[in-house]
Structures are given as C-alpha cells and as structure tokens.
Ligand binder design. Structure first.
Ligand SMILES: Cc1cc2nc3c(=O)[nH]c(=O)nc-3n(C[C@H](O)[C@H](O)[C@H](O)COP(=O)(O)OP(=O)(O)OC[C@H]3O[C@@H](n4cnc5c(N)ncnc54)[C@H](O)[C@@H]3O)c2cc1C
Length: 468
C-alpha cells in the first residue's frame, strides 16, 4: 500500500506543501483543515451584491526562488495577474506625528520639532561611532543600538501604539511586523551619497518611495489577481491539488499521533464527527502552530504563560468615491490613542476591485479584549478614517461590516518569543525524522507570506529523499 503524506492546515503554506509533494514528488497526499473551508488568511468575506473582500491586505511578492516564483505565477493565466513592478511594487504610507505621510511607510523624522530631529540625528551618528551591534534581548536594546536613544524613543511609542507594550517587552521582530525597522531622516540630495553605505541603508529609508534610484530596487515584482481576490489563488491551488489526486479534508483535526523508531508512524483524525485512521504515514507536514504540535507530542506546555495577542478586526467598507489616499495601496497608523493598524485601498493595486458602484477599503483594527459590539467597531473605523481625512464624512460610505478574526496578528512579546523558541527546541529534541514544521512563527523570523512560501519550498526541497 502506498504510504501517505499528511499536511495539517489548509492555508497557503499547507496547500503549497501539498502541491509540491503530490505534483513534483508524486506522493499520495491528504490535507487536514480544521475549518469548513481552506485558505486560512487568504479566504474572503462574501457580501453578495457588495462583493467579496480579502481578509485585509494580502498580496503575492516574488520570493527570489525562481522555480517557486514560476510555480506561483503559473497558478493563474498571465493576463489574469495585475503586475506591480518597480516603484509601483508596493506603495505604502503611514500616519506619523499627526501627518498622513505619502512619501514612505517608515516614520519620517523630519516632521518632528527641529530640536527633536536634531537630537535624533546626533544620537544616530554617535551610536554609529559606538559600534555596539551585538545581539539583543528585546526591541528596545535592538533599536537603541541601531539608531541611538532619541530615535529609539520614537520607535518605542509607535510600538506601544501598535502592540500595547513598550519596546523593552517586545522581541526585535516586532519592528519588522510593522514598518519600524528603518526611519526617514534626510532629504534626497544629502542622502543619495549616504545610501552607498550598507550600515546606513539598513537603518535609514529613502525619503520618497516613488523616486528610489533603480540600482537600489530589489528587482522583485508583486502581483495580484486582476479581477480581485486572493481567494482566486487558493481556488487555483485547489484545482491543481484535485487534478493531482490530493484528498482535502475540511472540518478535520488530528486527535493523536503514534510514534516509534524516531518517526510519526500513524495518526488518528477527528473527521465528520467520527474517527479516521491513517496508518501508513510517510511524512507529517504541520503548518498549524507550535503549541498544538507540542500538545500532540505530549510535551507539557502548561508552564508557559503566553501574552494574549490583541484582537484583529477587519472593517470592510464600500465607499461612493475613491478614498483620499492618493496612489497609496495602504497606510499604517502610529498615532497614539488610535486603533487602526492599517488601511487598505484595494483599487490602488487591483483594477478589478471597484464593484457595485463603490470602492472597497479595509481597516484592520488592533484592540484589546473584550471587544465592543459590531456597531462600536464600525464607529471606531469610521471615526479614524475621518480623522486621517481618508473620507470626509460617513455619507461617503455605502456599506460597512466588522469582522473579528479568529487568528490575527501575533503578539510579538519577548515572553511569547522565548516560549516559542523553547517549544521549538523541545519539538526538535523529539527527533522525529518525518515531521516538518512550516508556517507562521514555525521559525523565529517566519511570518510574512513570501517567507512562509520560501520556507515551504526550501524545507520540502531538501527532503526529497524521504520516501516511505
Ligand atoms: C492580520 C494579518 C495580516 C497580514 N498581513 C500580511 C501582509 O501584509 N503581507 C504579508 O506578506 N503577510 C501578511 N500576513 C502573513 C500572511 O498572512 C501569512 O504569512 C500567510 O497567510 C501564512 O499562511 P499559513 O498557511 O502559514 O497560515 P494560515 O493562513 O493561518 O493557515 C493555517 C491554516 O491552518 C488551519 N488550522 C489551524 N489549526 C489547525 C489544526 N489544529 N488542525 C487543522 N487545521 C488547523 C487554519 O484553519 C488555517 O486554514 C498577515 C497575517 C495576518 C494574521
């Protein structure tokens, strides 16, 4: 009997893993998804005549791994992709220091009072002289070593706004989850020579994203379904999986694993209210979080106290006219007291986004539990859209819906990252040859989609010899 590869989690990581195993490696594959639909964060909300909306901002970015990029791009016909290249690859802004910045998604320190800007500049160059670029336990140590204390204070308050915790309680990775790994400090003229230095380039951002000199561009493209909706990528993956004979079980979960000889030998699923055994297991690919895997391995994780993530709520709106965001695709928000994490103008990067006489916009809110009712959530989003002048009045809004996500942004606290590192180490210590961990935070720096996809490709490519 042919052995089976089981992929747990039907998000884009799990579906890509299943495709690689089935199409490329000729394996028999079963996908196990807990929800009634696959797609994970790339599913959609469907509001009938008001159209479908992504779960906030998601896009396809080239990974730099040529065969993987070719595979992903090949999921839809060429003409069905909206190509986003050069300075149009990604156009993002930020609300910082009361200013709606269109020039860069990184905080532009030039909008600070002159004396504060000067202390940021002085502190930055003094810090370069110290050359204290050792490893860091938290985001405060990281940013103060990279930028000096004055800039670190600016980043600290932006992190506090986004995650509800000061930089000292957050992992360095928190600065990359949002646009706080660099700052804008100088105008183009004085900065163009400084950009030659990699030390400077890693810390300071080009002041106008639309004029970045070509030789500093990554050369990578982004692309998005022209007719709108990341669910089209998921549907295309599903069609390929179907053709390759992959079995996709929704409403299914792993109940228990059977281990022996350094491998996961078999597993039991909870499926359709009953049990299903997979006895001839070749490989187990897990994309559904480390704590759940640890529990299946009977590792005691009750001693860890995780800091809860803020709740992510996506507020979807149809506007009667385009949002006042210029050519930006999305806008972050570092204004203290606001709940907006990001505002996305879908029509900015997708010509098929407008529908039903309206322009779709999403506001991703981050709030502490308990959440207020849906009407209050909508009010928060609308008030903040008015405050940032994205809309002039609520009369411009045709439709609005608030959608709390079951799993949203993680809490990047040092406490959580230490616990995850520990759990990762304990799972590795179990030395199970045929277990592969993929997906969000399966490794310390893996969160963004392109990193998740690159990790899936790399890990499964290096295991090609694993045939049962
Ligand atoms: C709010 C938010 C915004 C984001 N914005 C961006 C962005 O702008 N750019 C970017 O590059 N990346 C972004 N990301 C990250 C990006 O969405 C992820 O990298 C990518 O979607 C991860 O895919 P995945 O398959 O690993 O996870 P998911 O899409 O979460 O899929 C995991 C799947 O596993 C299923 N599952 C969970 N537990 C179990 C279980 N026990 N058994 C069976 N199934 C289970 C879930 O139902 C889900 O379908 C964002 C993430 C979030 C949360």
């Amino acid at each position: 009997m042919q052995k089976v590869d089981v992929v747990v989690g039907g998000g884009i990581a799990g579906l890509l893993a299943a495709l690689l195993l089935a199409e490329r490696d000729g394996r028999k594959v079963v996908v196990v998804e807990r929800e009634s639909q696959v797609g994970g964060l790339l599913r959609c909300f469907d509001y009938a005549e008001n159209g479908v909306f992504d779960y906030g901002m998601h896009n396809m970015y080239e990974t730099g791994i040529a065969p993987l990029d070719e595979l992903l791009f090949g999921l839809l016909p060429n003409e069905d992709w909206q190509l986003l290249e050069r300075s149009a690859r990604d156009r993002a802004g930020v609300v910082f220091n009361g200013v709606v910045q269109h020039n860069s998604p990184f905080p532009d320190l030039r909008s600070l009072p002159r004396a504060k800007w000067e202390s940021c500049v002085l502190g930055f160059f003094r810090q370069l002289e110290k050359r204290e670029f050792h490893s860091h336990d938290n985001a405060w140590e990281d940013v103060s070593a990279r930028f000096g204390t004055a800039v670190a204070e600016v980043i600290d308050s932006a992190l506090l706004k986004q995650f509800g915790k000061p930089a000292k309680e957050l992992a360095s990775f928190a600065t990359r989850l949002t646009t706080l790994s660099r700052v804008v400090m100088f105008s183009e003229d004085p900065f163009s020579n400084l950009m030659e230095s990699s030390t400077i380039r890693e810390r300071l951002a080009w002041p106008e994203q639309r004029t970045l000199p070509a030789h500093w561009e990554s050369g990578r493209k982004a692309y998005y379904p022209k007719k709108y909706g990341m669910y089209r990528v998921i549907n295309a993956l599903l069609a390929r999986l179907d053709a390759a004979g992959v079995e996709v079980l929704t409403g299914a979960q792993v109940l228990s694993l059977e281990m022996g000889e350094g491998r996961v030998k078999a597993l039991t699923l909870d499926y359709s209210g009953g049990r299903k055994e997979i006895e001839q297991l070749n490989q187990l690919v897990w994309t559904s979080g480390l704590p759940a895997m640890a529990q299946l391995l009977s590792l005691d994780i009750s001693g860890y106290s995780f800091d809860p993530p803020r709740k992510t709520v996506v507020v979807n709106l149809l506007l009667k006219k385009p949002p006042n965001m210029g050519d930006l695709y999305y806008l972050y928000c570092y204004e203290p007291g606001c709940h907006t994490f990001r505002i996305t103008n879908f029509a900015g990067y997708c010509e098929g986004a407008p529908r039903a006489g309206g322009w779709p916009v999403a506001v991703e809110l981050l709030l502490d539990a308990p959440l207020p009712d849906a009407e209050s959530l909508k009010r928060v989003a609308l008030e903040e859209l008015k405050r940032f002048k994205v809309i002039a009045s609520i009369d411009e809004v045709n439709f609005v819906a608030a959608e709390p996500l079951a799993s949203g942004f993680p809490m990047p606290s040092t406490n959580n990252f230490k616990a995850l590192a520990d759990i990762r180490g304990r799972i590795a210590a179990a030395k199970l040859d045929n277990l592969t961990l993929l997906g969000i935070l399966s490794e310390e720096d893996v969160f963004f989609q392109r990193d998740v996809l690159a990790q899936t490709w790399t890990k499964l490519t290096h295991q090609e010899g694993m045939n049962g």
